[in-house]
Design a protein around this ligand. Structure first.
Ligand code: NAD
Length: 439
């Protein structure tokens, strides 16, 4: 048993409120999934917090508790849900429209899902194009909208009796933009909110409202959002955890499985062409070049950082990497992603690998939402603040301290996550050196 925890972890008492901008395919699949699992209608496949174990001590010790028995996490029965969307559909209607889960399963979950009515969203058609809806806050400046979100948060806390909250962005992808002058300090950011500065995106207004309300914020989309000095400083100063960006599912997940393998064996890559067709609302928003650019940036950066072409120019210097996404309505949420990988081996002899991944985006994303919610709450109760790099495992573009390159290799990310849990509980970190077994 641990001698002494490295951090004091407050107990997970009371309800944990999950606040979600975006009541769409991912968030309703997550909420419906939790309700189904609570009723014994399904298993939490894909969730580390529910299924994974963590090995403690030596391989010969036989200690491998489940993560949820090793660190104090909120239970599924303690979760309560709320959110915002530009459409008025309840979570039940949104789940039916998303067509991810079977109507017969949704019918059994109608009561809890229909009770989730989205609050009015903060929306700006300049940031999310191709969709528009009636359920939006229209009055006042961006600061007034931030204050209205803080009111929503306080009311949700009161009405549900939640003792703690976490916010997770599951809304559409905003257009690409970089941090501007207004994002440099909290002072300039707040001034910008009051002056309706066009550089401030809706997701940043939600993040500001969350942090001001003492609520951890996770970003499931590739938007800039908290990745700006003003909001990073705010999270650190107020001792609130943040993490992001862009859930690592589907094709990029496959990339982060394969690329470290090729590199481990010192195999070269000439080209990696990835193309996707998908027909859900996410796909429709991504048809817009601005939103696609945001996505493309996070998808492209992965290979470069895993393969380190500067260290291995003879293997990866000339790698041609392209990513395409096409909106193709007949497929709905059932995406198809093709990868053509041109690799080369001994003496430069070429080989090809083809992958055709018929995946279900929201089915892959839902367990990530659950884990992030539970781990962000754990981080908050453990007094951890600012960027939670140990949650990189879940993201295509993990946030890191300025100047630090992100770690994309999913197995290194997993080791980091589990070592962080061991560290929290005062257990030895696992290095895989293993010489002691041969003494
Ligand atoms: N499914 C995956 O595997 C995956 C992976 C990585 C990232 N993501 C990202 O997760 C997000 C959600 O994906 P999805 O498939 O659920 O999309 P979706 O289109 O089904 O849902 C997004 C919802 O957000 C709403 N919305 C848009 N702007 C809003 C705002 N300002 N405030 C509140 N609500 C707003 C939309 O009306 C929509 O209902 C997207 O940004 C997507 O790129 C998904």
């Amino acid at each position: 048993m641990p001698v002494k925890d490295n951090v004091q972890i407050a107990p997970a008492e009371g309800k944990l409120g999950v606040l979600i901008p975006g009541i769409g395919a991912v968030s309703t699949t997550f909420i419906a999934g939790v309700e189904a699992i609570k009723r014994g209608l399904g298993l939490p496949v894909g969730s580390l917090t529910q299924l994974s174990t963590v090995r403690l001590g030596k391989r010969t010790d036989g200690r491998s508790p489940k993560i949820k028995d090793f660190v104090p996490l909120a239970g599924l029965d303690d979760l309560v849900f709320g959110g915002w969307d530009i459409y008025e559909d309840t979570a039940y209607e949104a789940a039916v429209n998303a067509k991810v889960l079977e109507p017969s399963l949704l019918a059994q979950l109608k009561e809890p899902l229909a009770a989730i009515k989205p609050m009015k969203a903060v929306f700006d058609p300049e940031y999310i194009r191709r969709i528009n809806g009636p359920n939006v806050k229209t009055k006042g400046s961006k600061m007034d909208k931030a204050l209205a979100l803080m009111d929503d948060i306080a009311q949700f806390r009161d009405s549900t009796g939640a003792s703690r909250l976490v916010m997770i962005w599951c809304a559409s992808t905003e257009v690409f933009h970089r941090a501007a002058a207004v994002h440099q300090t909290l002072e300039s950011f707040e001034k910008g909110l009051c002056n309706n500065d066009p550089e401030i995106a809706p997701s940043q207004i939600y993040a500001y409202a969350a942090l001001k309300s003492g609520v951890p914020f996770a970003n499931g989309a590739p938007n800039l959002t908290t990745d700006t000095p003003a909001l990073l400083d705010m999270a650190r100063d107020l001792s609130i955890p943040i993490c992001g960006k862009d859930f690592k599912t589907g094709q990029t997940f496959m990339k982060t499985l394969l690329a470290p393998g090729f590199k481990a064996r010192m195999l070269g890559i000439n080209g990696w062409f990835s193309t996707n067709i998908l027909g859900n609302r996410d796909g429709e928003v991504l048809e817009d070049p601005g939103s696609f650019k945001t996505k493309e940036e996070t998808k492209l950066s992965v290979l470069d950082q895993i393969l380190q072409p500067k260290l291995y120019p003879e293997l990866y210097k000339d790698l041609y990497h392209a990513v395409r996404i096409n909106y193709y309505p007949p497929r709905g949420d059932a995406k198809e992603g093709w990868d053509n990988i041109d690799i080369f081996g001994w003496l430069g002899y070429p080989m090809q690998i083809k992958i055709d991944f018929l995946c279900r985006d929201s089915i892959l994303a839902a367990p990530l939402v659950l884990d992030l919610v539970l781990f962000m709450d754990l981080a908050q109760r453990s007094g951890m603040r600012g960027i939670q790099e140990w949650l990189s495992f879940y993201f295509k573009a993990p946030m890191t301290a300025p100047g630090l390159y992100p770690e994309h290799d999913v197995f290194i990310q997993l080791m980091k996550l589990k070592n962080t849990l061991r560290w929290m509980r005062g257990e030895d970190l696992i290095t895989h050196l293993g010489l002691e077994y041969y003494d």
